[in-house]
Design a binder for this molecule. Structure first.
Ligand code: F6P
Length: 320
């Protein structure tokens, strides 16, 4: 049974991180356990930017995007010396366990800390990319997908008005999940993801045929890992002669008030993470499988690559 734990957010922020951290803090306090917040991810852990939290510190944040704790990507954390210093900063304060909310890179950093020092670590998957192995879901992916849908709806209006091809580039790093789900639910004609090969020349021929048959406009959603939106739009314009534009959504996808799904799931995950840490469990990530909270081995999670759901890939092809 641990008596003192800490929580931090790390890597790219995602909507719902606040709800998760709030749940960790309030669950720990409910269990009578001291809880600390670490500012700015591993940067703050290295700099000792760590403070004791009370219930009111996590008031008025469940509805906010971003992360009230701050976040960062830390080069220093990638060195064993850095992680040793971070560990010392925890031990000096009597902190016995750490909850890290972040994407695969952040969870990898947490896994190394645990291997090197033995300190109990519980991870939560916090990233819009939905690319954490072992979980169907990551905190923030639902809000980001909804933000993209909103953009697609708007792009459809203007694409239709001008009979244009519009290429929308989404985030997702090496994962096509965001592009795929947003493309399916936004009714995109073509969805390009890094996990699937595509033939842009053949797509261009298809487009020309479709326009000949009276199609008014075409929407292409491309995951950033599958190509550059502007370059793909330039290629399409050159090959087809169709009026084509690119739109890169960028960091707008990372912000905004979290959806109900992200708030509820982040709260469930945060509660489970705190309870697990307090009971002395370590080296696990909590995620969702088929709608239920599951625990995943941290080492397995960071050492495996998540695949896209083949059913999604299939319907994207059938429904276009
Ligand atoms: O991992 C989340 C993510 O938003 C990716 O989709 C994107 O590739 C990357 O972070 C952008 O990172 P940065 O915050 O450095 O711009």
């Amino acid at each position: 049974m641990l008596n003192s734990i800490a929580v931090m957010t790390s890597g790219g922020d995602s909507p719902g991180m606040n709800a998760a951290a709030r749940a960790v803090v309030r669950t720990a306090l409910y269990e009578g356990v001291t809880v600390w917040g670490i500012h700015d991810g591993y940067h703050g852990l290295l700099d000792g930017d760590i403070y004791k939290m009370e219930s009111k510190d996590v008031g008025d944040i469940i509805q906010r995007g971003g992360t009230f704790l701050g976040t960062a990507r830390s080069k220093r954390w990638r060195t064993p010396e850095g992680r040793k210093l971070g560990y010392k900063n925890l031990v000096d304060r009597g902190i016995e366990g750490l909850c890290v909310i972040g994407g695969d890179g952040s969870l990898r950093g947490a896994s190394l800390l645990s291997q090197e020092t033995g300190i109990p670590i519980v991870g939560l998957p916090g990233t819009i990319d939905n690319d954490v192995w072992g979980s169907d879901y990551t905190i923030g992916c639902d809000t980001a997908a909804n933000t993209i849908i909103d953009a697609i709806n708007k792009l459809r209006d203007t694409a239709s008005a001008h009979r244009r091809v519009i290429v929308l580039e989404t985030m997702g790093r090496n994962s096509g999940w965001l592009a795929l789900v947003a493309g399916i639910s936004g009714g995109a004609e073509y969805i390009l993801v890094p996990e699937e090969e595509y033939d842009l020349h053949a797509i261009c021929e298809d487009m020309q045929e479709a326009y000949k048959k009276g199609k008014r406009y075409i929407l292409v959603v491309v995951a950033e890992g599958a190509g550059n939106g502007q370059e793909i739009a330039d290629y399409i314009a050159k090959e087809t002669g169709l009026d084509t534009r690119a739109s890169v959504l960028g960091h707008i996808q990372r912000g905004g008030s979290p959806t109900v799904i992200d708030r509820v799931r982040a709260s469930q995950l945060g509660e489970q993470a705190a309870l697990a840490l307090i009971s002395g469990l370590s080296n696990i990530v909590f995620g969702f499988k088929e709608g239920h909270v599951v625990s995943i081995d941290l080492h397995d999670s960071v050492n495996n690559k998540k695949q896209l759901d083949p059913d999604y890939i299939h319907i994207a092809k059938v429904l276009f």
